[in-house]
Design a binder for this molecule. Structure first.
Ligand SMILES: [Cu+2]
Length: 244
């Protein structure tokens, strides 16, 4: 601490203001450095194979020969160990229709949703058959419950982590809810490219979630070296769904 500041703290209440002002000036003079975390996630072969299953289910659901769209937005890159303003808690609807999870607003297939802590997810069954939804790894949080056609099940997600919601009879029908306590996440585009802007420089853990599980984790030092990361998830070593 500079000598001037130390002597001020000995003088009583009024100098506290001076110290605060001096500290504020210091903060302005030395803004916390921020950098983007940017790069590409290469899709491992086993992720590509999941599309076969989707084609299969699509066929089973009575739309033979239908073109199966790749499930976009199913690779989430996020950082833990870095603090920042969290995304707001909100209520979203996951519509189950044609044995797929859908974005209720857009009416398009969607596998993964990213929300803030305290968000509520409404699972709505628009199919003509019942679905038995749960988080198999976390039955205490979300036990198996039968969702009959037309019914809605509400589930609150209080803590940061990634959650994989499955149907007992159709295990490939998976919805992922990624719950964030900070704004430092990105959804990779069709080519696996992602960018997380304005991350405070320093240590962080980068994690990748896709198709209902963690597929990669590594320690990074946010700064100049994180401007172009090439991430190759290790095939055959998926980590099951867990909180972080
Ligand atoms: Cu089901």
């Amino acid at each position: 601490m500079p000598r001037g500041l130390r002597s001020l703290t000995l003088l009583g209440p009024a100098p506290f203001v001076a110290v605060a002002v001096a500290a504020a000036h210091l903060a302005m003079a030395l803004p916390a450095a921020a950098a983007p975390v940017r790069g590409t996630v290469a899709a491992p072969d086993e992720l590509k194979s999941v599309r076969h299953h989707q084609g299969y289910w699509r066929g089973e659901s009575g739309v033979p020969g239908a073109q199966v769209p790749a499930r976009k937005g199913d690779i989430v890159v996020l950082l833990t160990g870095v603090k920042g303003p969290p995304p707001p808690a909100r209520t979203i609807t996951v519509d189950i229709n044609g044995f797929q999870t859908m974005n209720a607003g857009l009416g398009t297939p969607q596998a993964t949703w990213v929300v803030g802590e305290g968000s509520v997810v409404e699972f709505k069954n628009s199919d003509r058959v019942a679905h038995d939804l749960s988080i198999p790894e976390m039955p205490e949080l979300m036990p198996v419950e039968r969702l009959v056609p037309g019914q809605i099940r509400r589930q609150r997600f209080g803590n940061a982590g990634a959650y994989s919601i499955k149907c007992s009879e159709f295990p490939h029908m998976t919805a992922s809810i990624v719950v964030m306590a900070s704004p430092f996440f990105a959804i990779a585009d069709d080519k696996g490219a992602f960018k997380i802007a304005d991350v405070p420089e320093g240590k962080a853990t980068l994690k990748v979630w896709s198709h209902g599980r963690w597929i990669h984790e590594e320690a990074i030092e946010v700064g100049p070296k994180t401007a172009d990361l090439r991430i190759k998830p290790t095939p055959g070593k998926p980590t099951p769904a867990t909180t972080d």
